[in-house]
Ligand binder design. Structure first.
Ligand code: GCB
Length: 602
């Protein structure tokens, strides 16, 4: 049996590699996990840039960094003497002239590195939004598409003695076949938005591992370790000193070893977010991680955490520091957002609508906040356009690969509010199956909002839900959709009434302190109007069958260029419970009181 599991794993991993390489032969590698525990040299800081609104840098071949050689030579570009940008960080918030920029910026950084002959070196990017083409010393290393997941290139044999130069072409133009595609309700922050690192490894190193509790078990770990390199058959040791675990196994010729052991432990939960130091050792490499153990599953219409019923007191969050009007990138940005969520009484956050920075996921886990992780398969995505499903697969794999050891992550969400069609159903069913094969321990969902609402009856008809673990639906009753009766009288028709239901969005807009018009008119953007929506929604919630949790839209006002009302919005989506300065709106108190009231009963 053990052999069989390993073989299936190996076949699946090989398939992943084949798929990866067939997408593009110069495509980036899926990144190694747990970067901060590796031997890193950080390349963050000031990078030189060239702003390229017309794409001239492509035909001038900016990455060649030519210099005049003869007296008659001149070159019409240079990084030297040009502007600088901070990495990590989006470019839009760093220079006024780039505020709405959607195009190409060339980034450059130099470094020196002495690499011992027995070692390997990787260039790792936490995320670049959206397209990245990476050059080292004038040669293309490869490309990456997708703004929210990490990728890497091996540069062991490409290093020069002395100074090396990295040039990255970053482009954040919207693409019809991109993910997300052309229209989306958040700010398109472009740039090298997360950390850049050089990672030194041993010749055969621990490239990946999966260490979590087996599905339905509260004490049995089931996972794997994978090595990369020439010497793939090695002894492996997994140690959890606090629990006196010292598990030994050996990788097979493909570099893969199954991990399977039992232990008595303190389970992770929001109330006791216990994390253990876990040491993964091969014969010549060691990686240390901080891992928690919990089980998450559904049983009929209930969600169970560690075997006990759980109600998700959630909130939606975008990856933005509103105080800076910039993409959140530091741990202090993450802390700002998560502290607010905690104060509101949340035990879970939906990191909408794309994988947020790893520091956010790790911090949430430490603070006892569960995480809903999502990929940006959003609204008008063109499922039938060539290449789109391949990109979805890749983004899902990159998200799972990065966060699969984070016990705080309880849900993989694979899409939000897509339009019903045959090609959508096929693509999402496929993606769900693949995700489940990669990780069977978490709940998988896709958010749908195509329910009908007539005569105060909410008809949740989309049978695509059958393929997911939970029914996640967005409803904007009281805002986009007027009530058709009393909120407490809404009748529910559920197509799949054997699963937990999550309201993954509801809400309405209010400008903090707005007193420009009648309070009972939506167009006044008043706090009272939003407050009333929350009061009504609380009444609605009491009647939702199989309700397993809610994620109101959303914690804090966020930038969105499509929100164009000059008085009330001015480029901000005002559905926050907090203003962009952190002021609490009236609706905050309604939700907080609701969460306080159900804390001990749900
Ligand atoms: C939604 C979307 C979310 C939007 C929100 C809104 O249904 O899922 O991304 O931003 O509505 O504010 O309209």
């Amino acid at each position: 049996m053990k052999e069989k599991v390993i073989n299936l794993n190996v076949i699946f991993l090989l398939l992943i590699y084949i798929c990866n390489s067939s997408i593009n032969s110069i495509y980036a590698q899926t990144a190694m996990n747990n970067v901060s525990a590796r031997h890193c040299t950080n390349l963050n800081g000031k990078w030189e840039i060239i702003i390229d609104p017309t794409g001239a840098g492509d035909w001038r071949e900016v990455w060649q960094e030519r210099k005049p050689e003869k007296k008659t030579d001149f070159i019409e570009y240079s990084f030297e003497g040009g502007p600088l940008l901070n990495v990590p960080g989006d470019f839009n918030s760093q220079k006024t002239e780039l505020k709405y920029f959607e195009g190409t910026i060339w980034y450059k950084k130099t470094f020196n590195y002495d690499l011992n002959k027995s070692k390997r070196l990787f260039l790792h990017f936490g995320a670049v939004n959206y397209l990245a083409a990476v050059y080292l010393n004038g040669n293309l290393l490869g490309k990456h598409e997708g703004g929210f997941t990490p990728f890497q290139f091996e540069i062991t044999n490409k290093l020069k003695e002395g100074e090396n130069s990295i040039v990255v072409r970053v482009n954040n133009q919207r693409l019809k076949d991109g993910i997300p595609c052309l229209g989306y309700d958040w700010f398109n922050y472009g740039g090298i938005t997360r950390d850049v690192n050089l990672i030194e490894t041993t010749d055969s190193y621990i490239s990946d591992y999966f260490i979590q509790l087996k599905k339905h078990s509260l004490k049995e770990v089931l996972g794997w370790v994978r090595l990369d390199g020439d010497n793939l058959s090695q002894n492996i040791n997994i140690k959890i000193p606090e629990l006196k675990v010292d598990y030994k196994t050996r990788t097979n010729i493909e570099g893969l070893a199954e991990i399977k052991f039992s232990m008595d432990l303190k389970l992770w939960s929001p109330e006791t977010p216990k994390l253990y130091s876990v040491i993964i050792q091969s014969e010549n490499d060691t990686v240390e991680d901080t891992i928690g153990f919990r089980s998450i599953e559904t049983s009929g219409t209930k969600i169970l955490l560690n075997g006990k019923p759980l109600f998700l007191r959630g909130i939606n969050i975008h990856e933005e520091n509103p105080l800076k009007a910039a993409r959140a990138c530091s741990e202090s940005d993450a802390l700002l957002l998560l502290k607010w969520a905690k104060e509101l009484g949340c035990n879970v956050v939906r990191l909408a609508h794309y994988p947020h920075n790893e520091n956010m996921v790790r911090l949430a886990e430490k603070m006892g906040i569960m995480v809903w992780d999502e990929i940006p398969v959003y609204q008008q995505i063109e499922f039938s356009a060539p290449g789109v499903t391949g990109k979805m697969d890749l983004m899902m794999r990159e998200m799972v690969s990065r966060d699969k050891n984070r016990c705080g992550v309880i849900i993989w969400s694979l899409s939000n509010e897509t339009n019903p069609s045959e090609s959508r159903d096929k693509a999402l069913i496929n993606l769900t199956d693949k995700c489940r094969r990669l990780d069977s321990t978490r709940l998988i969902t896709s958010v749908i909002n195509d329910e009908d609402y007539k005569n105060n009856i909410l008809n949740v008809w989309d049978t695509l839900y059958r393929h997911f673990d939970i029914i996640s639906l967005n409803e904007y009753l009281g805002w986009y959709v007027p009530w058709q009766g009393l909120p407490g009288d809404v009748k529910w028709n559920l197509c799949c009434n054997d699963k937990p239901v999550i309201i993954s969005e509801f809400g309405g807009e209010a400008l903090y302190g707005s007193n420009y018009g009648p309070k009972d008119e939506a167009a006044s953007w008043s706090e009272e109007y939003q407050e009333q929506i929350y009061k009504d929604q609380v009444k609605l919630l009491e009647k939702v069958p199989n309700l397993g949790g809610i994620f109101p839209w959303l914690l804090v006002d966020y930038r969105s260029s499509g929100r164009m009302h000059p008085v009330y919005q001015n480029g901000w989506n005002r559905k926050g419970l907090l203003s962009e300065h952190g002021d609490k709106k009236k609706a905050w108190y309604i939700l907080k009181a609701y969460y306080d009231s159900i804390k001990n009963t749900h």
